[in-house]
Write a protein that binds this ligand. Structure first.
Ligand SMILES: [Cu+2]
Length: 160
């Protein structure tokens, strides 16, 4: 007795649905957004700090900057591989400031960057300790995959 051949297809379809759900759950609501206005740029905006978003790391081109207006250029780079069913179809960039009590509060973010997507984010930052992170939590198969827990966060310092 053989398994019906549609089984593999069925599994693939389920995986696709899970991915689609994950994508819509973590904010694919960027189309039409105009406040960034630079989504189609191929090169980093002048003076911007490139931040690569990969499985599973947030990698800014520099770890600190002077306070003031700061532009991050979030890139879900093509130059990395995704293992099968490991997730990571979309990434966010959350910029969070660490308060005196140690708690992180959101300063600004871009969400739902698919592989090859890039978007700039300009913020006015006060001196302090920050964290650059991706807080996407997606469902892959039966597993909930939290990108932050996987390692998608790094310290970023803003100096006076
Ligand atoms: Cu992520």
């Amino acid at each position: 007795m053989h398994l019906p051949p549609l089984r593999a297809g069925g599994v693939a379809t389920l995986a696709f649905v899970a991915l689609a759900l994950a994508a819509s759950a973590c904010g694919g609501d960027n189309p039409g957004k105009t406040d960034g206005g630079m989504a189609s740029m191929q090169d980093a905006p002048e003076g911007a700090i490139r931040v690569d978003l990969v499985n599973w790391a947030v990698k800014p081109a520099q770890a600190s900057i002077k306070a003031g207006e700061v532009t991050f250029w979030a890139v879900h780079t093509m130059e990395h591989m995704h293992g099968e069913n490991e997730g990571g179809a979309t990434h966010d960039l959350q910029v969070m400031k660490r308060g005196s009590d140690g708690a992180l509060s959101l300063v600004g973010q871009v969400q739902g960057l698919r592989m090859g997507d890039e978007e700039s984010l300009t913020l006015t930052l006060e001196p302090g300790e920050y964290e650059l992170a991706c807080n996407v939590v997606e469902k892959v198969g039966d597993q909930a995959i939290g990108h932050y827990a996987k390692g998608m966060h790094t310290t970023f310092t803003v100096t006076a």
